[in-house]
Structure formats: C-alpha cells, structure tokens
Design a protein around this ligand. Structure first.
Ligand SMILES: C[S@@+](CC[C@H](N)C(=O)[O-])C[C@H]1O[C@@H](n2cnc3c(N)ncnc32)[C@H](O)[C@@H]1O
Length: 185
C-alpha cells in the first residue's frame, strides 16, 4: 500500500460517497478530469454540474466527456460562486481544485472571496453524509492568501454539523497540495 497523493485521495473519497443517480458538482472544471470521474460515478441516471470561468476549460471538459461517451453533465462557463442559480440540491459531493489551469493562463486563478462563496453554497446543498472535497494548490502568487482563507473558513465550521478533514504530506518539498474533506453529519 502506498499513501495516496492529495489528487488520488480526492478521487478515492468521491468513489466512497458518490452513487449512481446522484447529483454532484465539479466547481473547477479545468481539463475535465474530475468532471469525467464524477460522470462515471453518477452514471446515466445521475448528473454532474461543472463550472469554469475559462472557455478553453469548458471546451476541454466537454470534449473529454464526449470522447468517453458521457451525456450526463452540464458544463457551464460561469463562476462557481453562482452555482446555486443552476444546481438544486441535494448533492452528494462537490469537488474544488484551487489554483490555475495547468498549461493555461497562470494569472486566472481561483480567488478567496468567490471560492468561499461557492464552498458555503455547496454546504447548503449537501445531503447528509455528503462531502465537499477541496484540493488546494497554493505555490503560485495569490495561492497562499487563498489557502489561509479556506483553511480558516473550514476550521470554524461547527463540529455538530460537519466533520472537517485535512490531508497533506508534511515533509515534501515545495508546496504539497492540501486536501480538505468536509462531510455533513
Ligand atoms: C486547478 S484548475 C482545475 C483543474 C481541474 N480540476 C482538472 O481536472 O483539470 C482551477 C480552475 O479553476 C478555474 N476557476 C477560477 N476561478 C473560477 C470560478 N470563480 N469559478 C469556476 N472556475 C474557476 C480556472 O479557470 C481553472 O481552470
């Protein structure tokens, strides 16, 4: 057994919590890896709502779904802070990959205010035992500010309502990503 990277562990958590027929959210579509994973998990009777502010991300995510033959996702070029305009709960899971689009414009990063708004909205849509997973990359300019905001927000969530897990390799060089998993009790 090898300990999983934050990215691998994010998918392990999704596999545990998402069932066929569920409604779920990918808040940061990017190249569509998480959207495809969620589309596989919810199956033809479920639905994935996927958000990104960048047209190339939306195009890439739609192409990835089409190539794999999935028709159970709505991919929107829209900020995740407005997700409640489209998504009606309950959702069993939401995933956020914070940072910039790899091989994209590194200036287009997730931002603390909009990230926190979207996270809070996801908590409001969560089904009991549903999970919001956050993979936080913070080595880029602006990343540390967002990391501090997200960790601070997560740490003050009431224990009676949510279990909050932090997962990170402490001895890795550079800035190893932090995974947060927030489960509604
Ligand atoms: C680290 S990447 C996501 C990677 C993605 N999960 C994948 O599988 O490739 C972060 C993404 O968040 C997007 N983003 C930034 N601000 C956003 C916002 N307000 N709403 C939705 N997406 C946003 C960026 O455009 C970027 O594509």
């Amino acid at each position: 057994m090898q300990l999983q990277s934050a990215l691998q562990f994010s998918h392990t958590l999704l596999e545990q919590v998402v069932n066929p027929g569920d409604v779920v959210v990918d808040a940061t579509a990017g190249m569509g890896h998480d959207t495809l994973k969620l589309a596989q998990l919810v199956g033809p009777t479920g639905h994935v709502y996927s958000f990104d502010i960048q047209a190339p991300a939306v195009t890439a995510t739609k192409a990835k779904l089409a190539e794999a033959g999935y028709h159970n996702a709505t991919v929107l070029q829209q900020g995740h802070e407005r997700l409640d305009e489209t998504v009606a709960g309950p959702i069993s899971a939401a995933i956020f990959n914070l940072g910039y689009l790899p091989r994209g414009d590194h200036a287009l990063i997730t931002q603390p205010a909009t990230t926190l708004t979207a996270l809070q909205k996801c908590l409001g849509l969560l089904a009991p035992e549903g999970v919001v997973v956050v993979v936080c990359y913070y080595g880029h300019p602006g990343g540390a500010t967002e990391k501090t905001a997200v960790l601070g927000w997560a740490a003050q969530l009431p224990q009676a309502d949510f279990n909050v897990l932090q997962y990170q390799f402490l001895n890795q060089v550079h800035e190893p990503p932090i995974l947060l998993a927030i489960q509604k009790r």
